[in-house]
Design a protein around this ligand. Structure first.
Ligand SMILES: Cc1cc2nc3c(=O)[nH]c(=O)nc-3n(C[C@H](O)[C@H](O)[C@H](O)COP(=O)(O)OP(=O)(O)OC[C@H]3O[C@@H](n4cnc5c(N)ncnc54)[C@H](O)[C@@H]3O)c2cc1C
Length: 549
């Protein structure tokens, strides 16, 4: 007998075929429909090309970049301080692909209707392959409107930020072919409450916008510290002010920007997040002195949008894996995707995923149309609503998707553990859940026209009595100002559900909108898989299934 045959103890069967090397755009029917619906159709060839990359080589790179976390090198072997973070080549591959395909730059270099939607679609594909690199990509993209408030500084930096070349070299900006930008606001004593910042800025010469200052203080969280510069906040005598702080001084020497250590994080492993100190770090004032928060909010609004894109993407990838698994895995002689209770779970997950995508893409459209006042007001509100709701839904949804895969969903190779670890950060950073809900109240009560923009969008229920009744309840809830902060989560949730229901109804797929409204605005349990009777779960599962052609 051959010795190797002795080792063959069993035949492997009832395992699921791998879902490797697929085009993440082509297999995703809802993504195609929502991209087209909100004006991204002209970019389909580019999105499609990125879908192939994301489902192929970038997916593989994503595993490597997370298995090999970035390493902080404070000093070189001779004892010189160097403050470097070393990343695995797979991380650089991810950054390079995204930048070459214009993910941080597209809407700024070639603005046209649908540009934000098309970029969001590409970012959605990228985040499915690997979400950690999304942090510097997002911050780079989001820095542009804030930097434009200071045209003299923008003139030097924007050509590098908008370049299609990823240049990770640690060099002064003048010598680089491309640049990435970070954001450092949070200090030990306050992240939400940035007004509690203690970092101080001292003018080097003449004070004022565009002028040089030296910053002394710290930041408790500074992600992607290998970025070329950071938008940051510090106090001058006139109040909290925004600055651009580069890693190098114009004379080519290192700036006084010191990385203390890297955070040991729950997830988001491919991305480095650090604690830093400014020991007289040179920086340039961006925007009006004393108006640091409104200036940096220009950036934060877009990073919040990308939290919606990112969480929607994590949910979609989890759904893709779960649906694929259940289409092949048999239990009791029948594939799981045909068993009624699993159909209820998968269909419910599919609804969550599609509703998240719909709201995200609608915000993309509003950003594309932000020159229209109504759309600008709508974007103001929906950024907070969507950041809260979609990011809040993601961890539980991904957990459920992993459970559909049984033990396999708890094992790293399946990607589900990484998706699950990644999800909570989107609800924490860029303003945590409560902060978003309070921002919803602020927008509705303090900014004229926002409430009207919301109810204009919602209309009268688009012919659906359940949505109409929900909207009427919502109007009554907003008229009642008693204990409004205490009720802010409930109100925000109700706005999110109304908007999602309306978008799905308008899109015209009655199977999807009926199921969503019946479960989210009507009866339905508190966990996934509790859709009421009468929902066409077979159609919903088929729609969510990777379309492998
Ligand atoms: C992985 C990671 C990376 C990060 N990277 C960066 C970065 O690059 N740059 C940066 O500046 N920051 C970064 N942050 C920091 C992040 O933005 C902050 O942690 C976040 O804003 C919350 O601030 P905090 O931690 O100080 O919590 P706190 O401000 O202490 O808030 C704690 C909780 O209280 C809630 N809360 C606040 N105010 C109220 C209120 N009035 N009523 C009810 N509840 C309230 C908040 O929602 C939150 O849940 C990062 C965080 C993480 C986890």
């Amino acid at each position: 007998m051959q010795p190797n045959l002795l080792a063959e103890t069993h035949e492997v069967f009832n395992q699921v075929p791998p879902l490797d090397d697929v085009n993440l755009y082509r297999i995703d029917l809802p993504l195609q429909e929502w991209t087209r619906r909100f004006g991204g159709d002209w970019a389909e060839a580019r999105i499609d090309a990125y879908g192939a990359l994301a489902g192929g080589e970038l997916m593989a790179a994503g595993f490597l970049a997370n298995e090999n976390k970035p390493v902080f090198k404070s000093h070189d072997r001779f004892g010189h301080r160097i403050d470097l973070v070393e990343f695995h080549p797979a991380y650089h591959q991810l950054m390079s692909a995204a930048i070459e395909h214009g993910i941080p730059s597209m809407p700024w270099t070639a603005p046209r209707p649908g540009a934000q939607v098309a970029r969001a679609a590409m970012s959605y594909l990228h985040s499915q392959a690997e979400a950690g690199s999304g942090c510097p990509l997002t911050m780079t993209y989001a820095s542009v409107p804030a930097l434009k408030l200071q045209p003299d500084i923008a003139a030097l930096w924007l050509p590098k930020i908008l370049s299609r070349e990823y240049d990770p070299r640690n060099l002064p900006i003048e010598q680089k072919n491309g640049a990435t930008i970070g954001m450092a606001m949070t200090e030990k004593q306050g992240g939400t409450d940035v007004r509690a910042n203690t970092t101080r800025a001292y003018p080097v010469g003449a004070p004022g916008p565009g002028q040089a200052y030296e910053l002394v203080g710290h930041k408790w969280f500074c992600s992607a510290p290998m970025c070329d510069a950071f938008l940051t906040l510090a106090y001058t005598d006139r109040g909290l002010t925004c600055f651009l702080l580069p890693r190098h001084r114009p004379d080519g020497t290192r700036n006084q920007f010191y990385i203390q250590r890297l955070k040991n994080k729950l997830g988001n492993w491919s991305n480095a997040s650090s604690e830093v100190e400014y020991r007289g770090a040179l920086a340039w004032m961006i925007g009006e002195e004393g108006r640091g928060v409104p200036t940096i909010i220009e950036m934060v609004a877009l990073t919040r949008f990308d939290c919606m894109v990112g969480s929607s993407a994590l949910m979609r990838q989890a759904l893709t894996q779960a649906a694929h698994h259940c289409a092949y895995r048999q239990v009791g002689g029948r594939v799981l995707s045909e068993q009624p209770l699993m159909q209820n779970v998968l269909a419910d997950l599919a609804l969550e995923s599609e509703a998240a995508l719909a709201l995200t893409m609608r915000l993309g459209q509003a950003l594309d149309n932000a020159h229209e006042q109504q759309e600008d007001k709508f974007a103001r509100l929906v950024t907070a609503v969507g950041k809260y709701w979609i990011c809040k839904r993601a961890p539980a949804m991904i957990n459920e998707a992993a459970e559909c895969m049984g033990g396999a969903g708890y094992v790293e190779d399946s990607i589900l553990p990484r998706l699950y670890r990644e999800a909570p950060v989107n609800s924490t950073w860029e303003g945590s859940g409560n902060v978003q809900c309070l921002d919803v109240l602020r927008a509705l009560s303090k900014e004229p026209g926002v409430l009207d923009a919301l109810f204009n969008e919602l209309g009268d229920g688009h012919g659906d009595a359940r949505l109409k009744a929900h909207i009427q309840r919502l109007q009554a809830d907003f008229r009642d100002s008693a204990e409004i902060q205490y009720r802010a989560r409930q109100l925000t949730e109700d706005v999110a559900l109304a908007l999602q229901a309306k978008l799905l109804l308008e899109a015209g797929n009655a199977t999807v909108s009926d199921a969503f409204i019946a479960s989210r605005l009507g009866e339905g349990g508190r966990v996934y898989g509790t859709l009421p009777r009468g929902v066409d779960v077979t159609a919903l599962v088929a729609r969510s299934m990777p379309q492998l052609g």
